[in-house]
Design a protein around this ligand. Structure first.
Ligand code: FAD
Length: 519
Protein backbone atom coordinates (compact mmCIF):
# COMPACT_ATOMS: atom_id res chain seq x y z
CA UNK A 1 0.00 0.00 0.00
CA UNK A 2 2.73 2.49 0.96
CA UNK A 3 4.81 1.69 -2.09
CA UNK A 4 1.66 2.11 -4.12
CA UNK A 5 0.98 5.54 -2.67
CA UNK A 6 4.62 6.48 -3.21
CA UNK A 7 4.15 5.72 -6.88
CA UNK A 8 1.14 8.01 -7.06
CA UNK A 9 3.01 10.76 -5.29
CA UNK A 10 5.83 10.66 -7.80
CA UNK A 11 3.59 10.13 -10.78
CA UNK A 12 0.58 12.15 -9.79
CA UNK A 13 -0.05 13.79 -13.14
CA UNK A 14 -1.29 10.53 -14.56
CA UNK A 15 -4.86 11.88 -14.26
CA UNK A 16 -6.43 8.88 -15.95
CA UNK A 17 -5.22 6.50 -13.25
CA UNK A 18 -6.46 8.58 -10.33
CA UNK A 19 -10.05 7.37 -10.13
CA UNK A 20 -8.89 3.83 -9.57
CA UNK A 21 -6.27 5.02 -7.14
CA UNK A 22 -8.89 6.86 -5.09
CA UNK A 23 -11.01 3.81 -4.62
CA UNK A 24 -8.03 1.56 -3.80
CA UNK A 25 -6.71 4.01 -1.24
CA UNK A 26 -10.11 4.46 0.28
CA UNK A 27 -10.43 0.68 0.65
CA UNK A 28 -6.93 0.17 2.05
CA UNK A 29 -7.39 2.98 4.56
CA UNK A 30 -10.74 1.53 5.56
CA UNK A 31 -12.21 5.01 5.96
CA UNK A 32 -15.76 5.59 7.12
CA UNK A 33 -15.65 8.84 5.17
CA UNK A 34 -14.73 9.42 1.53
CA UNK A 35 -11.83 10.52 -0.70
CA UNK A 36 -11.83 12.68 -3.81
CA UNK A 37 -9.09 13.54 -6.28
CA UNK A 38 -7.23 16.73 -5.57
CA UNK A 39 -8.39 18.85 -8.45
CA UNK A 40 -7.13 22.42 -8.95
CA UNK A 41 -10.71 23.58 -9.14
CA UNK A 42 -11.76 21.77 -5.96
CA UNK A 43 -12.31 23.59 -2.72
CA UNK A 44 -9.05 22.22 -1.28
CA UNK A 45 -6.99 24.32 -3.67
CA UNK A 46 -8.78 27.60 -2.88
CA UNK A 47 -9.23 29.92 0.05
CA UNK A 48 -10.94 33.20 0.88
CA UNK A 49 -7.78 35.18 0.16
CA UNK A 50 -7.77 34.03 -3.47
CA UNK A 51 -4.05 34.80 -3.72
CA UNK A 52 -2.74 31.23 -3.86
CA UNK A 53 -3.89 27.98 -5.43
CA UNK A 54 -2.08 24.66 -5.13
CA UNK A 55 -3.15 21.20 -6.13
CA UNK A 56 -3.44 18.61 -3.39
CA UNK A 57 -3.19 14.90 -4.09
CA UNK A 58 -6.48 13.99 -2.41
CA UNK A 59 -9.31 15.70 -0.60
CA UNK A 60 -10.49 13.54 2.28
CA UNK A 61 -13.88 13.88 3.92
CA UNK A 62 -13.41 12.01 7.18
CA UNK A 63 -16.22 10.78 9.35
CA UNK A 64 -14.31 11.62 12.54
CA UNK A 65 -11.10 11.38 14.57
CA UNK A 66 -10.48 7.71 13.69
CA UNK A 67 -10.41 8.50 9.97
CA UNK A 68 -8.14 11.49 10.53
CA UNK A 69 -5.78 9.36 12.59
CA UNK A 70 -5.59 6.78 9.78
CA UNK A 71 -4.82 9.48 7.23
CA UNK A 72 -2.04 10.99 9.36
CA UNK A 73 -0.55 7.57 10.09
CA UNK A 74 -0.59 6.76 6.40
CA UNK A 75 1.24 10.01 5.60
CA UNK A 76 3.80 9.21 8.29
CA UNK A 77 4.66 5.96 6.53
CA UNK A 78 5.52 7.78 3.28
CA UNK A 79 8.58 9.94 2.84
CA UNK A 80 6.91 13.11 1.68
CA UNK A 81 3.14 13.33 2.17
CA UNK A 82 1.74 16.18 4.24
CA UNK A 83 -1.73 16.67 5.73
CA UNK A 84 -3.68 19.92 6.02
CA UNK A 85 -6.89 20.22 8.02
CA UNK A 86 -9.18 22.59 6.15
CA UNK A 87 -11.78 24.38 8.26
CA UNK A 88 -13.89 26.59 6.01
CA UNK A 89 -10.92 27.78 3.93
CA UNK A 90 -11.19 31.35 5.22
CA UNK A 91 -7.45 31.83 5.36
CA UNK A 92 -5.87 34.51 3.19
CA UNK A 93 -2.51 33.02 2.23
CA UNK A 94 -3.04 29.30 1.54
CA UNK A 95 -2.58 28.28 5.20
CA UNK A 96 -5.07 25.38 4.86
CA UNK A 97 -3.57 24.03 1.62
CA UNK A 98 -1.18 21.12 1.01
CA UNK A 99 0.61 21.00 -2.32
CA UNK A 100 0.64 17.37 -3.49
CA UNK A 101 -0.61 16.39 -0.02
CA UNK A 102 -3.79 15.27 1.71
CA UNK A 103 -6.34 17.91 2.58
CA UNK A 104 -8.87 16.97 5.25
CA UNK A 105 -12.23 18.69 4.91
CA UNK A 106 -13.15 19.20 8.56
CA UNK A 107 -16.68 20.31 7.67
CA UNK A 108 -17.59 16.67 7.06
CA UNK A 109 -17.18 16.09 10.82
CA UNK A 110 -19.31 19.06 11.88
CA UNK A 111 -22.21 17.08 13.29
CA UNK A 112 -20.14 14.57 15.33
CA UNK A 113 -20.32 16.37 18.65
CA UNK A 114 -22.95 18.60 20.17
CA UNK A 115 -23.42 18.01 23.87
CA UNK A 116 -24.55 20.54 26.46
CA UNK A 117 -22.67 19.98 29.72
CA UNK A 118 -23.65 21.58 33.02
CA UNK A 119 -20.59 20.97 35.26
CA UNK A 120 -20.38 22.26 38.87
CA UNK A 121 -22.75 25.14 38.21
CA UNK A 122 -21.03 26.22 34.95
CA UNK A 123 -22.15 25.41 31.42
CA UNK A 124 -20.15 24.09 28.46
CA UNK A 125 -20.80 22.74 25.00
CA UNK A 126 -18.79 20.01 23.30
CA UNK A 127 -18.62 20.72 19.56
CA UNK A 128 -16.73 19.34 16.56
CA UNK A 129 -13.59 21.05 15.32
CA UNK A 130 -15.28 21.25 11.92
CA UNK A 131 -18.46 22.96 13.20
CA UNK A 132 -19.20 26.51 12.06
CA UNK A 133 -19.57 29.06 14.83
CA UNK A 134 -22.86 30.23 13.30
CA UNK A 135 -24.31 26.75 13.86
CA UNK A 136 -22.91 26.59 17.39
CA UNK A 137 -24.65 29.92 18.07
CA UNK A 138 -28.06 29.07 16.67
CA UNK A 139 -28.18 25.58 18.17
CA UNK A 140 -26.95 26.67 21.62
CA UNK A 141 -29.32 29.61 21.88
CA UNK A 142 -32.42 27.92 20.47
CA UNK A 143 -32.01 24.68 22.44
CA UNK A 144 -30.51 25.79 25.73
CA UNK A 145 -30.67 29.59 25.97
CA UNK A 146 -26.87 29.63 26.42
CA UNK A 147 -24.08 30.84 24.11
CA UNK A 148 -20.26 30.98 23.96
CA UNK A 149 -18.85 34.12 25.58
CA UNK A 150 -16.18 35.06 23.02
CA UNK A 151 -16.75 35.31 19.28
CA UNK A 152 -15.32 36.32 15.95
CA UNK A 153 -17.08 39.09 13.99
CA UNK A 154 -17.98 36.68 11.22
CA UNK A 155 -19.33 33.24 12.10
CA UNK A 156 -18.89 31.10 8.96
CA UNK A 157 -15.54 30.06 10.40
CA UNK A 158 -14.84 26.70 12.01
CA UNK A 159 -14.20 26.08 15.67
CA UNK A 160 -10.88 24.33 14.89
CA UNK A 161 -9.81 27.05 12.44
CA UNK A 162 -10.28 29.97 14.84
CA UNK A 163 -8.86 28.09 17.85
CA UNK A 164 -5.73 27.43 15.76
CA UNK A 165 -5.30 31.21 15.52
CA UNK A 166 -7.01 32.91 18.51
CA UNK A 167 -10.55 34.02 17.61
CA UNK A 168 -11.04 37.72 18.36
CA UNK A 169 -14.01 40.06 18.47
CA UNK A 170 -15.49 42.82 20.61
CA UNK A 171 -16.04 40.51 23.62
CA UNK A 172 -12.34 39.56 23.89
CA UNK A 173 -11.50 42.52 26.15
CA UNK A 174 -13.64 40.88 28.83
CA UNK A 175 -13.38 37.13 28.24
CA UNK A 176 -10.18 36.89 26.23
CA UNK A 177 -10.03 35.40 22.73
CA UNK A 178 -11.79 32.13 21.93
CA UNK A 179 -8.58 30.31 22.90
CA UNK A 180 -9.18 31.53 26.49
CA UNK A 181 -12.67 30.02 26.53
CA UNK A 182 -11.91 26.34 25.91
CA UNK A 183 -11.40 23.83 28.69
CA UNK A 184 -10.78 20.57 26.84
CA UNK A 185 -9.83 19.42 23.35
CA UNK A 186 -9.68 16.16 21.49
CA UNK A 187 -6.76 16.29 19.07
CA UNK A 188 -5.24 14.00 16.44
CA UNK A 189 -1.50 14.67 16.70
CA UNK A 190 1.04 14.55 13.90
CA UNK A 191 1.80 11.00 15.05
CA UNK A 192 -1.80 10.02 14.41
CA UNK A 193 -2.60 9.63 18.12
CA UNK A 194 -6.08 10.62 19.29
CA UNK A 195 -5.49 12.51 22.54
CA UNK A 196 -7.79 14.32 24.95
CA UNK A 197 -6.08 17.30 26.55
CA UNK A 198 -6.84 20.15 28.94
CA UNK A 199 -5.09 22.51 31.36
CA UNK A 200 -4.32 19.53 33.59
CA UNK A 201 -4.25 16.59 31.15
CA UNK A 202 -1.59 16.57 28.39
CA UNK A 203 -1.36 20.29 29.01
CA UNK A 204 1.58 20.94 26.66
CA UNK A 205 -0.48 19.66 23.75
CA UNK A 206 -3.56 21.60 24.91
CA UNK A 207 -1.77 24.94 25.09
CA UNK A 208 0.36 24.16 22.04
CA UNK A 209 -2.64 23.55 19.80
CA UNK A 210 -4.42 26.75 20.93
CA UNK A 211 -3.08 29.38 18.55
CA UNK A 212 -0.73 26.71 17.17
CA UNK A 213 -1.49 27.41 13.48
CA UNK A 214 -2.43 23.75 13.00
CA UNK A 215 1.18 22.65 13.63
CA UNK A 216 0.70 20.17 16.46
CA UNK A 217 -2.60 18.42 15.88
CA UNK A 218 -6.02 18.44 14.29
CA UNK A 219 -8.74 19.61 16.69
CA UNK A 220 -11.64 17.18 16.43
CA UNK A 221 -13.62 18.28 19.49
CA UNK A 222 -13.60 21.37 21.71
CA UNK A 223 -15.31 22.06 25.02
CA UNK A 224 -16.39 25.71 25.04
CA UNK A 225 -17.44 27.81 28.05
CA UNK A 226 -20.97 29.22 27.84
CA UNK A 227 -22.94 32.03 29.41
CA UNK A 228 -26.66 32.68 29.52
CA UNK A 229 -27.60 34.29 26.21
CA UNK A 230 -29.19 37.75 26.47
CA UNK A 231 -32.38 38.36 24.48
CA UNK A 232 -31.40 41.68 22.98
CA UNK A 233 -28.48 43.94 22.21
CA UNK A 234 -28.36 47.72 21.96
CA UNK A 235 -25.80 48.32 19.23
CA UNK A 236 -24.31 51.81 19.00
CA UNK A 237 -21.78 53.69 16.88
CA UNK A 238 -20.29 57.07 17.80
CA UNK A 239 -17.78 59.14 15.85
CA UNK A 240 -14.51 60.88 16.79
CA UNK A 241 -12.32 63.24 14.81
CA UNK A 242 -9.28 62.85 17.11
CA UNK A 243 -7.46 59.54 17.51
CA UNK A 244 -6.39 60.39 21.09
CA UNK A 245 -10.03 60.87 22.17
CA UNK A 246 -11.12 57.68 20.41
CA UNK A 247 -8.39 55.61 22.11
CA UNK A 248 -8.96 57.25 25.49
CA UNK A 249 -12.65 56.28 25.44
CA UNK A 250 -12.05 52.80 24.01
CA UNK A 251 -9.39 52.09 26.65
CA UNK A 252 -11.65 53.47 29.37
CA UNK A 253 -14.44 51.08 28.36
CA UNK A 254 -12.27 47.95 28.10
CA UNK A 255 -10.70 48.50 31.51
CA UNK A 256 -13.98 48.86 33.46
CA UNK A 257 -15.33 46.00 35.57
CA UNK A 258 -18.03 43.68 34.20
CA UNK A 259 -21.41 45.33 34.77
CA UNK A 260 -19.84 48.82 34.54
CA UNK A 261 -19.19 48.92 30.80
CA UNK A 262 -20.54 47.74 27.46
CA UNK A 263 -20.46 44.01 26.61
CA UNK A 264 -18.78 44.53 23.27
CA UNK A 265 -16.23 47.17 22.25
CA UNK A 266 -14.75 47.57 18.79
CA UNK A 267 -13.83 50.46 16.53
CA UNK A 268 -12.87 51.37 13.00
CA UNK A 269 -11.22 54.05 10.93
CA UNK A 270 -13.04 55.68 8.00
CA UNK A 271 -12.46 58.45 5.50
CA UNK A 272 -13.83 61.95 6.02
CA UNK A 273 -15.68 61.96 2.71
CA UNK A 274 -18.78 60.49 1.06
CA UNK A 275 -17.11 57.41 -0.50
CA UNK A 276 -19.69 54.59 -0.14
CA UNK A 277 -17.18 51.94 1.06
CA UNK A 278 -14.59 53.98 2.92
CA UNK A 279 -16.38 57.13 4.02
CA UNK A 280 -19.38 58.52 5.95
CA UNK A 281 -21.95 56.06 4.52
CA UNK A 282 -20.07 53.16 6.20
CA UNK A 283 -21.06 54.45 9.66
CA UNK A 284 -24.90 54.44 10.10
CA UNK A 285 -26.34 51.17 11.48
CA UNK A 286 -29.67 51.56 9.83
CA UNK A 287 -30.58 52.66 6.32
CA UNK A 288 -32.96 55.16 7.94
CA UNK A 289 -30.05 56.91 9.73
CA UNK A 290 -28.07 59.60 7.92
CA UNK A 291 -24.51 60.63 8.64
CA UNK A 292 -24.60 64.38 8.96
CA UNK A 293 -21.09 65.69 8.14
CA UNK A 294 -21.90 69.23 9.28
CA UNK A 295 -21.20 67.98 12.83
CA UNK A 296 -17.56 67.36 11.89
CA UNK A 297 -15.30 70.29 12.74
CA UNK A 298 -13.64 72.14 9.85
CA UNK A 299 -10.28 71.37 11.42
CA UNK A 300 -10.78 67.57 11.29
CA UNK A 301 -8.35 65.60 9.13
CA UNK A 302 -9.03 63.23 6.26
CA UNK A 303 -9.49 60.26 8.62
CA UNK A 304 -12.17 59.80 11.30
CA UNK A 305 -12.79 57.12 13.93
CA UNK A 306 -15.88 55.20 14.95
CA UNK A 307 -16.31 53.47 18.29
CA UNK A 308 -18.74 50.56 18.07
CA UNK A 309 -20.23 49.26 21.32
CA UNK A 310 -23.05 46.95 22.36
CA UNK A 311 -25.03 46.44 25.55
CA UNK A 312 -26.71 43.08 26.29
CA UNK A 313 -30.08 42.92 27.97
CA UNK A 314 -32.97 40.62 28.71
CA UNK A 315 -36.46 41.63 27.62
CA UNK A 316 -37.43 42.07 31.26
CA UNK A 317 -34.57 44.60 31.76
CA UNK A 318 -35.86 46.91 29.05
CA UNK A 319 -36.99 49.81 31.29
CA UNK A 320 -33.49 50.19 32.78
CA UNK A 321 -31.50 49.93 29.55
CA UNK A 322 -31.74 53.62 28.60
CA UNK A 323 -30.41 54.71 31.98
CA UNK A 324 -27.48 52.28 31.89
CA UNK A 325 -26.53 53.02 28.27
CA UNK A 326 -26.93 56.78 28.55
CA UNK A 327 -24.85 56.74 31.73
CA UNK A 328 -22.00 55.09 29.86
CA UNK A 329 -22.33 57.23 26.74
CA UNK A 330 -22.35 60.33 28.94
CA UNK A 331 -18.75 59.54 29.95
CA UNK A 332 -17.51 59.49 26.33
CA UNK A 333 -16.22 62.42 24.22
CA UNK A 334 -17.56 61.59 20.76
CA UNK A 335 -18.72 64.25 18.30
CA UNK A 336 -22.16 65.35 19.38
CA UNK A 337 -24.87 64.49 16.85
CA UNK A 338 -22.89 61.61 15.36
CA UNK A 339 -24.49 58.64 17.08
CA UNK A 340 -26.31 55.76 15.43
CA UNK A 341 -28.13 53.13 17.50
CA UNK A 342 -30.40 50.12 16.97
CA UNK A 343 -31.88 47.36 19.15
CA UNK A 344 -31.55 43.87 17.66
CA UNK A 345 -31.84 40.32 18.92
CA UNK A 346 -28.63 38.76 20.27
CA UNK A 347 -28.34 36.27 17.40
CA UNK A 348 -29.03 38.95 14.81
CA UNK A 349 -26.25 41.04 16.33
CA UNK A 350 -23.76 38.16 16.24
CA UNK A 351 -24.71 37.30 12.67
CA UNK A 352 -24.29 40.93 11.49
CA UNK A 353 -21.23 40.27 9.29
CA UNK A 354 -22.78 37.15 7.78
CA UNK A 355 -25.75 39.33 6.77
CA UNK A 356 -23.46 41.99 5.32
CA UNK A 357 -21.65 39.26 3.35
CA UNK A 358 -24.96 38.03 1.90
CA UNK A 359 -25.80 41.58 0.82
CA UNK A 360 -22.39 42.04 -0.82
CA UNK A 361 -22.80 38.71 -2.63
CA UNK A 362 -26.28 39.63 -3.79
CA UNK A 363 -25.27 43.08 -5.10
CA UNK A 364 -21.58 42.77 -5.81
CA UNK A 365 -19.59 41.58 -8.78
CA UNK A 366 -18.65 38.24 -7.17
CA UNK A 367 -15.67 36.87 -5.31
CA UNK A 368 -12.44 38.74 -5.88
CA UNK A 369 -9.15 38.24 -4.07
CA UNK A 370 -8.94 39.53 -0.49
CA UNK A 371 -5.41 40.63 0.40
CA UNK A 372 -6.21 41.22 4.07
CA UNK A 373 -3.72 42.19 6.73
CA UNK A 374 -4.19 41.73 10.50
CA UNK A 375 -1.84 43.00 13.19
CA UNK A 376 -1.61 43.44 16.93
CA UNK A 377 0.00 46.79 17.77
CA UNK A 378 1.10 47.79 21.26
CA UNK A 379 -0.60 50.78 22.89
CA UNK A 380 2.82 52.41 23.16
CA UNK A 381 3.12 52.50 19.34
CA UNK A 382 -0.47 52.94 18.24
CA UNK A 383 -0.30 56.73 17.85
CA UNK A 384 2.72 56.37 15.55
CA UNK A 385 0.86 53.62 13.65
CA UNK A 386 -2.18 55.87 13.22
CA UNK A 387 -0.06 58.79 12.02
CA UNK A 388 1.98 56.79 9.51
CA UNK A 389 -0.35 54.03 8.36
CA UNK A 390 -3.90 55.33 8.66
CA UNK A 391 -3.31 59.06 8.16
CA UNK A 392 -0.68 58.67 5.45
CA UNK A 393 -0.41 55.29 3.70
CA UNK A 394 -4.13 54.43 3.90
CA UNK A 395 -5.67 57.89 3.91
CA UNK A 396 -7.97 56.92 1.01
CA UNK A 397 -9.15 53.72 2.73
CA UNK A 398 -8.78 50.07 1.74
CA UNK A 399 -12.14 49.48 0.07
CA UNK A 400 -13.54 47.87 3.20
CA UNK A 401 -13.43 48.12 6.99
CA UNK A 402 -10.24 49.18 8.76
CA UNK A 403 -10.84 47.86 12.27
CA UNK A 404 -8.95 49.03 15.32
CA UNK A 405 -9.79 48.36 18.97
CA UNK A 406 -7.99 47.65 22.23
CA UNK A 407 -7.48 44.25 23.91
CA UNK A 408 -6.02 43.29 27.27
CA UNK A 409 -3.05 40.96 27.41
CA UNK A 410 -4.02 39.64 30.85
CA UNK A 411 -7.08 37.97 29.27
CA UNK A 412 -4.81 35.85 27.05
CA UNK A 413 -3.02 32.78 28.34
CA UNK A 414 0.74 32.96 27.82
CA UNK A 415 0.94 29.18 27.73
CA UNK A 416 -0.87 29.03 24.37
CA UNK A 417 1.11 29.32 21.11
CA UNK A 418 -0.26 32.80 20.30
CA UNK A 419 2.32 35.59 20.42
CA UNK A 420 1.43 39.16 21.39
CA UNK A 421 3.12 42.57 21.70
CA UNK A 422 4.42 43.58 25.14
CA UNK A 423 2.35 45.65 27.55
CA UNK A 424 -1.14 45.15 28.95
CA UNK A 425 -3.08 47.09 26.29
CA UNK A 426 -2.61 46.39 22.61
CA UNK A 427 -4.75 47.05 19.55
CA UNK A 428 -5.97 44.66 16.90
CA UNK A 429 -5.78 46.27 13.45
CA UNK A 430 -7.58 44.56 10.57
CA UNK A 431 -7.38 45.88 7.00
CA UNK A 432 -10.27 44.10 5.30
CA UNK A 433 -9.86 44.92 1.63
CA UNK A 434 -12.96 44.14 -0.42
CA UNK A 435 -13.51 46.29 -3.48
CA UNK A 436 -12.38 44.53 -6.66
CA UNK A 437 -12.30 47.67 -8.86
CA UNK A 438 -9.46 49.52 -7.16
CA UNK A 439 -5.70 49.06 -7.51
CA UNK A 440 -4.33 45.68 -8.64
CA UNK A 441 -3.98 42.85 -6.15
CA UNK A 442 -0.20 43.04 -6.58
CA UNK A 443 -0.29 46.69 -5.49
CA UNK A 444 -2.41 45.87 -2.44
CA UNK A 445 -0.15 42.98 -1.44
CA UNK A 446 2.84 45.31 -1.89
CA UNK A 447 1.14 47.90 0.30
CA UNK A 448 0.62 45.27 3.02
CA UNK A 449 4.29 44.38 2.78
CA UNK A 450 5.23 48.05 2.97
CA UNK A 451 3.23 48.41 6.20
CA UNK A 452 4.83 45.33 7.79
CA UNK A 453 8.31 46.41 6.66
CA UNK A 454 7.76 49.85 8.13
CA UNK A 455 6.67 48.28 11.45
CA UNK A 456 9.87 46.21 11.49
CA UNK A 457 12.10 49.10 10.40
CA UNK A 458 10.97 51.51 13.10
CA UNK A 459 11.04 48.76 15.72
CA UNK A 460 7.30 48.89 16.41
CA UNK A 461 6.09 46.53 19.14
CA UNK A 462 3.73 44.48 16.96
CA UNK A 463 2.83 40.94 15.86
CA UNK A 464 1.00 39.76 12.79
CA UNK A 465 -2.32 38.07 13.61
CA UNK A 466 -3.10 35.17 11.22
CA UNK A 467 0.61 35.45 10.37
CA UNK A 468 2.08 34.78 6.97
CA UNK A 469 5.83 34.88 6.51
CA UNK A 470 8.21 33.72 3.81
CA UNK A 471 11.43 32.93 5.63
CA UNK A 472 12.72 31.12 8.67
CA UNK A 473 14.21 34.39 9.97
CA UNK A 474 10.79 36.06 9.82
CA UNK A 475 9.17 33.22 11.76
CA UNK A 476 11.91 33.31 14.38
CA UNK A 477 11.42 37.06 14.77
CA UNK A 478 7.66 36.62 14.93
CA UNK A 479 7.85 34.11 17.77
CA UNK A 480 10.78 35.85 19.48
CA UNK A 481 11.65 34.14 22.74
CA UNK A 482 8.76 31.69 22.17
CA UNK A 483 10.40 30.23 19.05
CA UNK A 484 12.29 27.46 20.86
CA UNK A 485 9.08 26.41 22.66
CA UNK A 486 7.26 26.29 19.33
CA UNK A 487 10.00 24.14 17.78
CA UNK A 488 10.02 21.81 20.82
CA UNK A 489 6.26 21.40 20.56
CA UNK A 490 6.64 20.53 16.89
CA UNK A 491 9.29 17.94 17.74
CA UNK A 492 7.00 16.40 20.39
CA UNK A 493 3.68 16.32 18.56
CA UNK A 494 4.48 16.35 14.84
CA UNK A 495 8.12 15.26 14.60
CA UNK A 496 7.90 14.47 10.88
CA UNK A 497 6.38 17.89 10.04
CA UNK A 498 3.32 16.36 8.43
CA UNK A 499 0.68 18.86 9.55
CA UNK A 500 -0.40 22.24 8.14
CA UNK A 501 2.34 22.66 5.49
CA UNK A 502 0.51 25.72 4.08
CA UNK A 503 1.66 27.79 7.05
CA UNK A 504 5.22 27.54 5.63
CA UNK A 505 6.86 27.26 9.04
CA UNK A 506 8.37 23.78 8.86
CA UNK A 507 8.89 21.52 5.91
CA UNK A 508 8.71 17.81 5.73
CA UNK A 509 12.11 16.26 5.17
CA UNK A 510 12.60 12.65 4.06
CA UNK A 511 15.21 12.19 6.78
CA UNK A 512 12.36 12.82 9.27
CA UNK A 513 14.24 15.66 10.92
CA UNK A 514 12.04 18.71 11.16
CA UNK A 515 13.59 21.84 9.83
CA UNK A 516 12.29 25.34 9.51
CA UNK A 517 11.56 26.35 5.98
CA UNK A 518 14.12 28.26 3.95
CA UNK A 519 12.77 29.89 0.81
P1 FAD B 1 -9.00 27.54 7.64
O1 FAD B 1 -8.69 28.79 6.94
O2 FAD B 1 -9.57 26.45 6.83
O3 FAD B 1 -7.70 27.00 8.40
C1 FAD B 1 -6.83 27.89 9.07
C2 FAD B 1 -5.63 27.14 9.63
O4 FAD B 1 -6.05 26.31 10.69
C3 FAD B 1 -4.95 26.22 8.62
O5 FAD B 1 -3.57 26.17 8.90
C4 FAD B 1 -5.59 24.88 8.88
O6 FAD B 1 -4.74 23.81 8.51
C5 FAD B 1 -5.80 24.95 10.39
N1 FAD B 1 -6.99 24.22 10.81
C6 FAD B 1 -8.24 24.28 10.33
N2 FAD B 1 -9.06 23.48 11.03
C7 FAD B 1 -8.29 22.90 11.98
C8 FAD B 1 -8.55 21.97 13.02
N3 FAD B 1 -9.77 21.46 13.23
N4 FAD B 1 -7.52 21.60 13.80
C9 FAD B 1 -6.27 22.10 13.62
N5 FAD B 1 -5.97 22.96 12.65
C10 FAD B 1 -6.98 23.37 11.85
N6 FAD B 1 -10.63 35.98 12.84
C11 FAD B 1 -10.85 36.49 14.05
O7 FAD B 1 -10.15 36.17 15.00
N7 FAD B 1 -11.87 37.38 14.26
C12 FAD B 1 -12.71 37.74 13.27
O8 FAD B 1 -13.61 38.53 13.52
C13 FAD B 1 -12.52 37.19 11.99
N8 FAD B 1 -13.35 37.51 10.98
C14 FAD B 1 -13.14 36.97 9.74
C15 FAD B 1 -14.01 37.30 8.70
C16 FAD B 1 -13.82 36.76 7.45
C17 FAD B 1 -14.79 37.12 6.35
C18 FAD B 1 -12.70 35.94 7.20
C19 FAD B 1 -12.44 35.41 5.82
C20 FAD B 1 -11.82 35.62 8.22
C21 FAD B 1 -12.03 36.12 9.50
N9 FAD B 1 -11.20 35.80 10.56
C22 FAD B 1 -11.43 36.31 11.80
C23 FAD B 1 -10.02 34.95 10.36
C24 FAD B 1 -10.29 33.51 10.73
O9 FAD B 1 -10.19 33.35 12.12
C25 FAD B 1 -9.25 32.64 10.04
O10 FAD B 1 -9.49 32.71 8.66
C26 FAD B 1 -9.23 31.23 10.51
O11 FAD B 1 -8.27 30.58 9.72
C27 FAD B 1 -10.55 30.48 10.51
O12 FAD B 1 -10.98 30.11 9.25
P2 FAD B 1 -11.37 28.61 8.87
O13 FAD B 1 -12.16 27.97 9.92
O14 FAD B 1 -11.92 28.69 7.51
O15 FAD B 1 -9.93 27.88 8.88
Amino acid sequence: MIAYLGRIVHDNDAESKLDDDVSSISKSLDLQGSIENGDVSSLASKDFGGLYSVKPLFLIKPSGAEDISRVVKLASRTSNLTVAARGNGHSINGQAMAEGGLVIDMRSTEKNHFEFLPINGSHYIDVSGGALWEDVLTRCVSRYGYAPRSWTDYLSLTVGGTLSNAGVSGQAFRYGPQTSNVTELEVVTGKGEITVCSETLNSELFFGVLGGLGQFGVITRARIKLQQAPDMVRWIRVVYSEFEEFTRDAEFLVTQKEGESFDYVEGFVFCNNDDPFNGWPSVPLDSGHEFNPTHISQTAGSILYCLEVAFHYRNSDHPTVDTAVNGLLGRLRFVEGLKSQVDVSYTKFLLRVNRAEEQVKANGPGDGPHPWLNLFVSKSDVVNFDRTVFKTMLKDGVGGPMLIYPLLRSKWDDRTSVVLPEGEIFYIVALLRFVPNGPSVEKLVAQNREIVNWCIKVGLDFKLYLPHYQSKGDWERHFGNRWSRFVERKASFDPMAILAPGQNIFRRDPSNIIISREF
